[in-house]
Ligand binder design. Structure first.
Ligand code: SAH
Length: 208
């Protein structure tokens, strides 16, 4: 598995332009195969998403790396993730941030992700079984927000819960499985700047 993971980092990430050394090093370490069912272990380092049950997926490694790079997480950051799924992206974020709060609406996925992350030793992570459309006020504001499901529009509560100087990465699009990655930042005065990035394909971010 170590060799497959090394090949993934080299070919899928490095050669496609992921430059952040820390992210490459973390993705070289996090055991992606342990985030999918045993019968999928051999495919865990393939160049695509994989099913995790409940009609949901673990994202393609390149997309995880790309979104993480765009998020530019700093060691003192408080991060909110919406759409824990199996917790793979959460594990990567936990290695870059001070604290990660991750929301997952499907109770079984939330429970198994929390358990998995605990067992693997990712301790600065809290998985909460909740709908993330309204964010999570209790621990707001967040320096970074990452949404790993496709939203029809940018949920207002998430913009409200983004700290000044913060960054949010979110796939947005009206059509199922077709979104554009948006990079939203707030300057030190609270002005919101919206940029457009890659076309992506995520499962739907379920509305409230
Ligand atoms: N971050 C994952 C990808 C998860 S797929 C990875 O590392 O690969 C998207 C997840 O978002 C699914 O598990 C789905 O149940 C969840 N989801 C969809 N809408 C949601 C919502 N409104 N609130 C919380 N989770 C949501």
């Amino acid at each position: 598995m170590d060799n497959l993971r090394h090949q993934m980092v080299l070919h899928q990430l490095g050669r496609r332009g992921i430059k952040d050394k820390k992210i490459l090093e973390i993705m070289e370490r996090v055991p992606r195969h342990l985030f999918v069912n045993e019968e999928l272990h051999a495919s865990a380092y393939d160049d695509g998403p994989l099913p995790i049950g409940y009609d949901q997926t673990i994202s393609q490694p390149y997309i995880v790396a790309f979104m993480t790079e765009q998020l530019n997480v700093q060691p003192h950051n408080n991060v909110l993730e919406i759409g824990t799924g199996c917790g793979y992206q959460t594990a990567i974020l936990s290695q870059l941030a001070k604290k990660v709060v991750s929301l997952e609406r499907i109770p079984e996925l939330a429970e198994s992700a929390q358990l998995r992350l605990q067992e693997l030793g990712y301790a600065n992570v809290d998985v909460i079984n909740a709908n993330g459309w309204n964010g999570y006020k209790q621990e707001a504001p967040y320096d970074r927000i990452i949404v790993t499901a496709g939203a029809k529009k940018i949920p207002e509560p998430l913009i409200d819960q983004l700290a000044n100087g913060g960054i949010m990465v979110i796939p947005v699009g009206k059509i199922l499985f077709s979104q554009t990655l948006r990079i939203i930042s707030k300057d030190s005065d609270g002005n919101v700047i919206k940029k457009t990035s890659l076309p992506v394909r995520f499962v739907r971010l379920v509305n409230k």
